[in-house]
Design a protein around this ligand. Structure first.
Ligand code: FAD
Length: 291
């Protein structure tokens, strides 16, 4: 997942201040009492420094887990704005500096009591390995929310969301946020490129969206190393595929959001030297967003 400017800056800032944070965390880190009686947002605009226990985790394929954390009170909500990630911190053994990494919750922004992450483990990845090692009851420190592109309901009649591999989390968050808002009538097309069939995540959730929002939700999966028996499209996210499944709508009123590995993002969005596939298809630069 390519790092956008804003999270990079925040991550750098938090990392620079991490030794201080490490010393302060026992004061700032708080296990919020479970006796608050009104629903409240756990993440506001400033630091959160809230330590949340893992409720359960589920291995969903060879390298990815779903991790459900309990919010301090069962009526609490994350209160994240659409779209947002959360900055997590841990102290790997034998290291001075903490690992500080953002993750994009897949639980609905207003879902009470839980914060759910979908985390891919990278070989020797500090934070992803730590998250995969957590057992129910273990706690993880959430330092703050990081605001991404702030979605305005009905700002365009249609959006195309393009995800590659683990880049599905912000794409899912945005699709879910649009579809679960009864005042938002935006139509959503997702193009989801993965390496293998088993890398397709959140398929049950997407199936539910397809059943419930037949007239305005569609997802197209494409697999670059498909199983012989695959029923999905084969290959990468190419210009030809996008021409077919996500052409620029008549009138051109749309936005396209991309989140995937750097090579995929630069082929779609372009580089300083070269126009990307999306511009070649007629999308204007200001209609194209990365997370
Ligand atoms: C805004 C934002 C939201 C994110 N949301 C999610 C999310 O919801 N789920 C999720 O799983 N990840 C997400 N990420 C990525 C996540 O923050 C970490 O970068 C990732 O978990 C790797 O961290 P690590 O400490 O395990 O690996 P590191 O210790 O930083 O790296 C270890 C090794 O893994 C390789 N590596 C690290 N990251 C990547 C990568 N993205 N692609 C290929 N190789 C890599 C490194 O090159 C290195 O060799 C998000 C990133 C951003 C910027």
């Amino acid at each position: 997942m390519a790092l956008p400017v804003q999270p990079r800056t925040i991550v750098a800032g938090v990392t620079v201040g991490s030794i201080g944070a490490g010393l302060l965390v026992s004061k700032l880190g708080r296990d919020v009492d479970a006796d608050a009686n009104a629903p409240r947002a756990v993440f506001g605009r400033g630091p959160a420094f809230v330590s949340l226990p893992l409720q359960c985790s589920e291995q969903v394929n060879h390298d990815t887990k779903r991790l459900r954390f309990a919010l301090p009170h069962e009526a609490d909500v994350s209160g994240l704005s659409l779209t947002s990630a959360v900055l997590t911190m841990s102290w790997p053994q034998g290291r001075w500096l903490p690992a500080v990494r953002p993750y994009t919750p897949i639980s609905a922004i207003n879902e009470p009591g839980v914060l759910e992450l979908l985390v891919k483990q990278y070989p020797d990845g500090k934070q992803s390995t730590h998250l995969h090692s957590l057992k129910p009851g273990d706690k993880l420190l959430f330092a703050a929310a990081i605001r991404g592109h702030q979605w305005v309901p009905n700002s365009v009649p249609h959006v195309t969301l393009i995800a590659g591999g683990a880049g599905i989390t912000p794409i899912f968050q945005l699709a879910q946020g649009i579809l679960q808002n009864p005042d938002d009538k935006t139509a959503v097309t997702i193009v989801y490129g993965v390496n293998t069939d088993e890398d397709c995540h959140l398929t049950e959730e997407f199936q539910r969206f397809e059943n419930e929002f037949r007239d305005r939700f569609r997802i197209v999966y494409t697999v670059s190393r498909p199983d012989e028996s695959t029923t999905l499209r084969k290959g990468r996210v190419t210009k030809k595929l996008l021409e077919e499944v996500a052409p620029l709508p008549k009138g051109g009123e749309t936005k396209v959001f991309v989140c995937g590995p750097p090579a995929m993002e630069s082929s779609l969005v372009g580089t300083r030297k070269e126009k990307g596939i999306l511009e070649q298809l007629g999308y204007r630069k200001d209609q194209i967003h990365t997370f």
